[in-house]
Ligand binder design. Structure first.
Ligand SMILES: Nc1ncnc2c1ncn2[C@@H]1O[C@H](COP(=O)(O)OP(=O)(O)OP(=O)(O)O)[C@@H](O)[C@H]1O
Ligand SMILES: [Mg+2]
Length: 602
């Protein structure tokens, strides 16, 4: 496969050829997020380690009790009370340490997740539309929600548990060899190499399985998400069964991976169990033999040793368990960092200029643009708009009108040439400043879940109620809003589903009016409203356009007759520029478009 051309965004899932971060590398990158929680990490480690060491000392108390207490010739009740008290203290301290450990883990685990999620969200805001064009939002959602959740346990706990296991293992061997019996200790360890070998085998197998399983979750989320947002189309075409099949396909494939992972885990865990019990049988038999034949061993020691056999296997089991979680979180960490590693395409240049208030001079100089890096959508665009002028774009569907106006606020980056605002290349203007100078009414109106008032105020977050009402009034939204029971506080549902197409459009016009920017971009602002409302909105917009540079895309040519410049686009190229009367005379294509429209309007 040839390398993708410059500026072309791959989907996060297409880059199978790229070298991927390994589990360890991806997990180690999380350390940055733990830095603010150093203290909590330290507390969780110390409490865990001290707890484990105390547990190791417990069997020695048993030995002492059996050898000294039961074997002594007299039964002293105060001795029993002492043993009970010591055991109680041990367990109480272990429990307190366990509680502290849990708190500390929660502090750094939850803190890390919060910070990481905020970071991903910030990163998502910085990515350009080109990135989103190629992503499935379900896939992105599963990364920011469930993958991040997976990281809670994986990193710190796994590392702590592994370190803790190794340390306690060594300490335990020391205690048993030194205080109980060296030979018996070696016998108890007889199955450990086999267990370690199995852990290693398991490691190799499980990582890929987890990676695939995470991707299956992404697919599942995508199907659900699409189905929910497209529910109207699904119902209109009666495709419920089709969607169900699609979903069942995904759940089945997720099911298969879940079964495979668990089969493997079940096999390994239970084999470990068998090996562990074999070790205790061997210790029991050999220990019994030692008591009878080698007088250096006694019952108390064998009893303590039996308690240790189980504990000796524990670190190895923890290793498997921690590894399982590490592989699981490793797969998630990799998906999270793949996302965080996508470079924002549109960023402020280090020497970006401020532009608090543009005059509104806009120029396209030799602009070429392509969505995919190969097929140009716009070619050789040269165009100038003086402050206060109205420039209109006409042309067939797919000619590139929306694309062209999207280049002004730099929603996409030009491939060649440049777009200039007040004589400055938009790539050299601070991103925030550029956007503040441009108000847009997009062809696809998007409203947020919330009230009408909040949606209009999106154009100016600190707008007063009066400003909002007056913008709504100018956009002729006021009439229908007043008719609603709750007026401006009416909740409009996700994406504004509780409003009609024309009502949504009027709200988005109000939003642009409120933004009060020197450059106005209107992409089919009146395509969904009736002729009467169109006339009214048109009036409002004309008032608004008076001292602003305005770019209008319109299918209805009647709305743009008064434009200072009408630009006829065809297949990504400018075919003609002029006023209405000039174009009617000189441009056959324009005259044709106009006549067809005039006929359909009558
Ligand atoms: N996000 C995108 N990714 C890839 N190609 C796109 C994208 N948006 C538009 N295109 C393509 O670019 C071309 C121009 O699209 P554009 O939306 O600019 O047309 P338009 O003139 O606004 O059409 P309409 O009048 O139907 O709105 C079309 O061929 C379309 O297929
Ligand atoms: Mg368009």
């Amino acid at each position: 496969m040839p390398p993708p051309p410059h500026g072309y965004h791959r989907s996060l899932r297409d880059d199978a050829d790229e070298p991927k971060l390994g589990t360890f590398r991806s997990l180690s990158r999380l350390i940055v997020y733990l830095r603010p929680y150093k203290f909590a990490v330290a507390v969780s480690f110390v409490t865990m380690l001290v707890g484990s060491f105390l547990r190791i000392l417990l069997p020695l108390v048993y030995r002492w009790f059996i050898n000294e207490g039961i074997h002594s010739s007299f039964l002293d009740i105060s001795y029993f009370a002492l043993v009970a008290f010591v055991l109680f203290c041990f367990h109480a301290i272990i429990a307190c340490l366990g509680y502290l450990h849990r708190l500390a883990v929660a502090a750094h685990g939850q803190g890390m997740i919060r910070d990481l999620r905020n970071h991903i969200f910030t990163h998502l805001q910085s990515l350009s539309l080109k990135f989103y064009d190629r992503q499935q939002s379900g896939e992105l959602m599963s990364r920011i929600m469930s993958d991040v959740d997976r990281l809670e346990w994986g990193v710190v706990e796994a590392v702590l548990e592994i370190t803790n296991s190794i340390l306690t293992f060594v300490f335990m061997i020391f205690v048993t060899a030194r205080y109980i019996n060296l030979k018996l200790t070696l016998v108890a360890l007889c199955t450990s190499p086999v267990m370690l070998f199995m852990t290693w085998l398991f490691n190799r197998k499980v990582h890929d399985l987890f990676m695939t399983r995470r991707e299956k979750i992404g697919d599942l989320t995508t199907v659900v998400q699409e189905n929910l947002s497209g529910v109207r189309v699904v119902k209109a075409f009666g495709r419920e069964d089709h969607e169900l099949n699609r979903f069942q396909g995904e759940t089945n494939s997720y099911f298969n991976y879940g079964i495979t992972v668990n089969r493997l885990l079940g096999l390994v865990m239970n084999l470990m169990e068998v090996l562990a019990s074999m070790a205790s049988v061997v210790v029991l038999v050999f220990g019994g033999w030692l008591i009878l034949n080698d007088k250096r061993m006694n019952v108390g020691e064998l009893f303590a040793m039996m308690a240790y056999v189980g504990m000796l296997q524990a670190p190895i089991r923890t290793l498997i368990h921690a590894n399982y979680h590490m592989q699981r979180s490793g797969a998630s960490a990799r998906r999270v960092f793949d996302l965080l590693d996508t470079k924002p395409e549109i960023v402020d240049a280090p020497d970006a200029l401020e532009l608090p208030m543009a005059r509104g001079h806009v120029e396209f100089r030799d602009v070429t643009f392509s969505y995919n890096g190969s097929e140009p959508v716009l070619r050789g665009i040269n165009l100038m708009a003086e402050p206060g002028q109205m420039v209109a774009f006409v042309g067939k569907s797919g000619a590139g009108k929306s694309t062209l106006v999207h280049l002004i606020p730099r929603l996409y980056e030009v491939a060649n040439g440049c777009v200039l605002v007040d004589g400055i290349d938009v790539r050299k203007i601070r991103y925030g400043d550029l956007r503040r100078n441009i108000a847009m009414v997009m062809q696809d109106v998007f409203l947020f879940n919330g009230s009408i008032k909040q949606n209009i105020a999106y154009g100016k977050l600190d707008a007063t109620d009066e400003e909002i009402f007056s913008a709504a009034h100018s956009a002729h939204a006021d009439e229908f809003v007043q008719a609603l029971e709750e007026g401006y506080d009416t909740q409009i549902g996700e994406r504004g589903v509780r409003l009609s197409g024309g009502q949504r459009q009027r709200l988005s016009v109000a939003r642009a009016i409120l933004a009060d920017a020197p450059i106005l971009v209107l992409d089919e602002p009146t395509s969904n409203v009736d002729t009467h409302s169109e006339r009214l909105i048109q009036d409002a917009l004309e008032k608004l356009m008076r001292d602003r540079t305005t770019f209008v895309v319109a299918h209805r040519l009647s709305t743009i007759i008064r434009a200072d410049k009408i630009v006829l686009l065809d297949a990504g190229e400018i075919k003609a520029v002029g006023r209405h009367n000039e174009l009617m005379q000189t441009c056959e294509l324009y005259a044709h478009l106009y006549r067809v429209q005039a006929q359909s309007d009558t």
